[in-house]
Design a protein around this ligand. Structure first.
Ligand code: HEC
Ligand code: HEC
Length: 342
């Protein structure tokens, strides 16, 4: 009998402990989907650029249509001209979160994450959370776009405009379109539950929010959970295209993921490019034949240097920086393409 009482007491204690743990877990001053920017503001941070809703016709819905389809209706109710003939923003950028841990650059973790979610693996950084970043076209993008990068480095509107004209090879956005795109981007800003914030740090941030801790420290803590800017390193193809990167052994299964999630996103049925690729042996043999060559059909060259817009065809292929495709992944792609029986 006393054993029975003891186990009832133990059970009750466990239940109390369990509910109290869950209770403390949820007892922060923010909701899971609370915007990170709002928490930072509450901690005294100056907000990043917000849209100007006083401009006639500005709306997040119009901005979303411009980003997804390149087209929307203007304040006068008439359709605007297509922003770009060939591309939309989502040709090169995801609009959902694409990294499992937002505080590190890890293209392999990203590939696995986007594959699981059925999203593409792209050359541009996700627009999800772009309004939380403070520097744009970082690292080696200066080499590609030269002085054009200067005004865009610290200014999100200039960064969007640069992309509309140079990356998208389209027309400039006018004022209400720009403010609308910015308004839409603010609907896909980072949320508190996107950060892998640990309990100890969450408690410190919570205390600061309630006037019981150091706000500056709390701001630093929150910011340590996501990158403030997306780094970019341009790298060369291997010196010898026949042998490739000799110290790396390619994994064809991983290469297949890259081919399907990245190359086919644009090339399947000529979705965003004139040059068509598919899963057939014909496509793969064509790419295989060109690997060692010094032409834009070599996957080494086209991945690392991209292509330039050709006269009459404004399409071009953006290069993959090291952050968007590692050398290991490039060899994985080669290994997949060279498999004779896939
Ligand atoms: C053909 C590909 C392509 C298209 C289309 C494109 N972009 Fe980009 N965009 C890029 C690349 C590549 C970068 C380089 C920096 C990065 O994203 O890491 C970039 C950078 C940006 C940046 C700065 C991001 C950062 O963190 O540095 C913004 C903002 C942006 N693009 C917005 C847009 C918008 C809005 C559109 C549609 C109007 C668009 N882009 C269309 C390829 C593209
Ligand atoms: C963001 C879209 C996009 C992605 C992703 C992409 N490409 Fe491209 N690619 C293009 C565009 C646009 C061109 C320019 C020529 C055209 O329109 O066909 C091009 C050109 C090429 C060319 C040269 C063809 C020619 O006629 O000039 C090859 C080869 C190529 N891509 C292979 C690949 C491979 C392999 C991958 C995956 C690693 C890949 N592409 C990923 C858009 C893309």
């Amino acid at each position: 009998m006393s054993r029975y009482i003891a186990s009832v007491i133990a059970l009750a204690l466990t239940a109390i402990l369990f509910t109290s743990l869950r209770w403390t877990d949820q007892d922060y001053s923010w909701e899971a989907d609370e915007s990170v920017a709002a928490v930072l503001e509450a901690l005294g941070e100056k907000p990043n650029a917000k849209p100007d809703f006083s401009v006639d016709g500005v709306s997040a819905e119009a901005g979303k249509e411009l980003v997804l389809y390149g087209i929307t209706k203007g304040p006068n109710g008439r359709k605007v001209s297509k922003q770009s003939k060939h591309f939309v923003c989502t040709t090169c950028h995801n609009i959902q979160r694409e990294d499992p841990d937002l505080s590190v650059v890890d293209p392999q973790a990203r590939l696995e994450y986007v594959h699981e979610k059925g999203m593409p693996f792209l050359q541009g950084t996700a627009l999800y959370g772009v309004v939380n970043r403070t520097k744009f076209y970082n690292g080696d993008y200066e080499k590609k776009y030269g002085d054009l990068v200067k005004p865009a480095r610290n200014n999100i509107r200039e960064a969007i405009q640069l992309c509309a004209v140079e990356c998208s090879q389209g027309r400039e956005l006018n004022e209400w379109e720009m403010e609308s795109v910015l308004a839409y981007l603010w609907t896909i800003d980072l949320k508190m539950n996107d950060l892998l914030i640990n309990e100890e740090d969450a408690k410190k941030v919570d205390a600061a929010l309630n006037g019981k801790g150091n706000k500056k420290e709390a701001v630093k803590l929150v910011k340590s959970y996501y990158l403030q800017a997306s780094p970019a390193t341009f790298v060369r193809p291997p010196d010898n295209r026949r042998t490739g990167f000799e110290e790396i052994t390619g994994n064809p299964e991983n290469g297949k993921l890259i081919y399907e999630s990245s190359c086919l996103h644009c090339h399947k049925n000529g979705e965003y490019a004139f040059f068509k690729l598919d899963e057939s042996r014909f496509s793969l043999d064509y790419l295989e034949k060109h690997i060692p060559r010094y032409t834009r059909y070599s996957l080494y060259q086209v991945s690392r240097w991209g292509t330039s817009p050709m006269a009459g065809k404004e399409t071009y292929m953006p290069n993959y920086t090291l952050e968007k495709m590692s050398n290991q992944q490039l060899e994985d792609l080669r290994a997949y393409i060279e498999l004779s029986d896939n």
